[in-house]
Design a protein around this ligand. Structure first.
Ligand code: GLN
Ligand code: ZN
Length: 761
């Protein structure tokens, strides 16, 4: 075996120019043949393996490629497919896309499997279903085919397979529990077959991903894990098995791993700082490789060689140096592909950044430095340390003054909720069960076209502005016709709720090609928070004011909240998140106060990602929520009592977090409920939450036109649970991704449903 190895946990699969996205979309549109899709993808994979090889990576992953999602690939691999899809009689690839996207014919309506965020990242995986009918068996050849594809160009890859505990815990269990022994027995036999196939193919290393080990584990989880792997590892033969973890530390199971026959353990030293403490405290088992995740797979800033070498040197006190493998902290799929496209970016900023391709180089340099006794004299080390010295000097200059000057009453709104809501009711004079939407209206092709024409200079700003105003005029008219009570301007000017604010605030870098996969064929381009955040000028005021000028009904101003901007951006690592959040909050606060000054009576500050980004371990919740909620409160503590503050959250599982959300002290909160069976209604009743609430009455992610009666029943049910007085009627999120012909009829039905209930009170 080679010493001083380098490992990559996973590589971006979408292609440097989002090629894969385009091919898959063309295939689904029947504009590209299956053969062509497969052929193109093979070339892409080869390119990705090759580039890793060129950078001296020893443990190059395969099976990290996917046409849509690797979790869905795994479900196909082990045959965890709902019966309806299996009986479609389609080829594997088409069954696969049916699971991902749904399948509709005249007499068949198969819904797509749901998606969920992959731990705390912005990537969504497809959630497979497991029922008592699920029969695990090996049913795809994808991982083996990929291994052979790489072998054919002389690269022996390290196949990546999702581990059994992570798979079973993250899948949706319908009327079954993961403690059912039969599942484990059957799954074990599938994994044994997987290993056998790889043995025959001549594989050396297999990476089994078990990120679920970084979450809070129960004793039962640990036993399941122990049992499964004890048996699996007894069958591994000559294969070397890497247990790969990421996104945190594995405190609940660390010592147990000493007794299991893994050949290597992959630990994340970026998001799992405590892993280092575990090693210091308990040591490290002899003879196992340590895959040391030190190059951040989730952020775009350069690695600090000084800090990384400190970690590596500490590790070498506990682990034989030859057994330490330098690695990424997690897959590189969470960062954009390459900096080489960012030609517009000033070198004074660019020099601090590293995307996936540049991170390969970092791994290589770190490996050289780690094996060089005199590394402090090495030019790459000297350059890197100087860069970080500069960066330190280049700290946000304002942040300390701003943050240190905040006082307790900057975070508190006065008077209390009960008094405010009375005043607001007098001013707004809204009917019972007020109807509203979450902000965006369908972004039709003409909107996207106008935006891209503005970017390419094909239309002037004046022309664009005129176009947006026309859209606003139409949407105001439409909302009046439908009969909504609180209107919105439609958010046509926003490409994305975070990137838009990133583009308009100072302190952000907006990339040209910094795409990362969000799910399937959808990519996002997160902005990068680089220096002091300031509001240069009002951002949303003009369009919202314009919208308000067109109607006598209240128009709600819509802003993105500081925690959501923070959580959906890349943020510098040398400044506490909390401080950045406060600085963002102060910028949004200026916008809030300007809207108020212009007569906007209702302001919604979206915090879609506040709960979503809750740390994975309960132990860290409090600290996070304390500053996150304070950042939110900072944005609106100084508004007048009659200004009504709304927030919106689109995360389904916050039933037991409502007491925390209550601390946000908002006047109205709208959230997703349709998808979570309205369990939230009981939780609201039990919680300290006083705010008025708008649990969404329809799911905006479905193209279905929802009948009036269905929503009416729901409204009646909601009234029964939480009373009439505090209830709002709205969809569960923005309508941006819907088509107009889907969204408008449902909105109309929603308003009719509210009216009918209202009139029968
Ligand atoms: N106001 C945003 C919209 O309507 C909210 C989106 C979100 O919650 N993700 O699109
Ligand atoms: Zn939402």
């Amino acid at each position: 075996m080679k010493f001083d190895m380098i490992s990559v946990v996973g590589f971006p699969r979408i292609g440097e120019n989002r090629e894969l996205k385009k091919w898959v979309e063309s295939y689904l549109d029947k504009k590209l043949s299956k053969e062509q899709l497969i052929q193109n993808s093979k070339e892409l994979k080869k390119k990705h393996w090759q580039i890793q090889k060129e950078h001296g990576i020893d443990l190059i992953p395969s099976n990290d490629f996917s046409f849509y999602d690797t979790f869905l690939d795994h479900a196909m691999l082990v045959n965890a497919i709902p019966a309806g899809y299996k009986n479609l009689g389609k080829e594997e690839l088409d069954t696969y896309f049916a699971l991902a996207k749904g399948y509709q014919t005249q007499n068949l309506d198969l819904k797509a499997l749901p998606m969920k965020k992959w731990f705390f990242t912005n990537y969504h995986y497809i959630v497979p279903e497991i029922t008592s009918d699920t029969e695990f068996k090996l049913s795809s050849t994808k991982p083996f085919d990929e291994f052979e594809e790489a072998l054919s160009i002389g690269i022996k890859t390290k196949p990546v397979i999702i581990g059994a505990l992570t798979f079973l815990k993250l899948a949706k269990k319908i009327d079954v529990s993961i403690y059912e022994k039969a599942f484990w027995v059957n799954l074990l036999s599938v994994y044994i077959q997987i290993l056998d196939r790889f043995k025959t193919l001549g594989a050396e290393f297999i990476q089994i991903d078990e990120p679920v080990l970084v979450t809070d584990l129960t004793q039962a989880d640990i036993e399941l894990f122990d049992n499964f792997y004890r048996q699996l590892l007894s069958q591994k033969g000559n294969l070397k098995i890497i247990l790969q973890t990421y996104f945190g530390d594995i405190r609940d199971i660390y010592e147990k791993l000493f007794t299991l026959d893994f050949d290597a353990i992959g630990l994340d030293f970026v998001d799992g700082k405590y892993n280092l403490e575990l090693i210091k405290k308990f040591g490290y088992p002899r003879g196992k490789l340590l895959i040391a995740g030190i190059v951040n797979g989730r952020n775009v800033f350069k690695n600090s060689y000084k800090e990384s070498l400190e970690i590596l040197n500490t590790l070498s006190n506990y682990v034989d140096k030859k057994d330490i493998v330098i690695s990424t902290s997690c897959s590189l799929m969470f960062v954009p592909y390459s900096l080489k496209f960012e030609t517009q970016l000033d070198s004074s900023k660019k020099k601090y950044l590293a995307f996936a391709e540049e991170k390969l180089k970092e791994l290589n340099e770190l490996n050289i430095l780690f094996n060089d006794k005199n590394y402090t004299q090495n030019s790459s080390y000297i350059y890197n340390t100087q860069l970080f010295e500069e960066m330190k000097a280049n700290k946000f200059s304002d942040i300390n003054t701003v943050v240190n000057n905040l006082r307790d009453d900057d975070f508190e709104r006065k008077p209390c909720f009960e008094e405010r809501i009375k005043i607001q009711k007098d001013v707004l004079k809204l009917p019972k069960l007020p109807t509203t939407t979450i902000g965006s209206f369908p972004q039709t092709p003409d909107v996207r076209k106008a935006r891209s024409e503005l970017k390419n200079g094909r239309i002037t700003f004046e022309e664009y502005d005129k176009f947006i105003k026309q859209k606003i005029e139409n949407v105001i008219k439409l909302q009046e016709e439908i009969g909504l009570d609180v209107l919105v301007h439609g958010e046509y000017e926003r490409n994305d709720m975070v990137e838009f604010f990133g583009e308009n605030l100072e302190g952000f870098i907006i990339t040209k090609n910094g795409w990362v996969q969000s799910y399937g064929t959808r990519c996002v381009k997160p902005p990068i928070i680089f220096s002091d955040i300031k509001r240069k000028r009002p951002i949303t005021v003009e369009y919202i004011k314009y919208a308000q000028s067109l109607t006598a009904k209240p128009v709600k101003g819509i802003l993105t909240g500081p925690v959501t901007i923070l959580n959906w951006s890349f943020v510098r690592e040398d400044i506490p998140l909390k401080d950045v959040a406060f600085q963002l909050a102060l910028a949004i606060k200026e916008e809030v106060l300007d809207l108020e000054k212009e007569g906007v009576k209702i302001i919604q500050i979206d915090e879609a990602a506040l709960i979503e980004k809750l740390p994975l371990r309960k132990a860290y919740h409090k600290d996070y929520l304390d500053w996150a909620i304070k950042a939110f409160k900072l944005t609106c503590s100084k508004v007048k009592p009659e200004t009504q503050i709304h927030t919106h959250m689109c995360y389904s599982n916050f039933d037991d977090l409502l007491d925390e959300i209550a601390r946000m002290d908002v006047d109205v909160i709208t959230f997703e409920a349709a998808k979570s069976d309205f369990t939230i209604l009981d939780s609201i009743k039990k919680s300290n939450l006083k705010s008025e609430v708008g649990p969404g009455v329809f799911d905006v992610h479905s193209p279905r036109i929802v009948p009036k009666e269905e929503m009416k029943d729901l409204i009646l049910k909601m009234i029964e649970k939480i009373g009439l007085d505090r209830l709002w009627i709205n969809p569960d999120c923005g309508l941006k991704t819907r088509k107009e012909e889907e969204a408008f009829p449902t909105l109309h039905n929603m308003v009719l449903a509210a009216w009918e209930v209202r009139n029968n009170l």
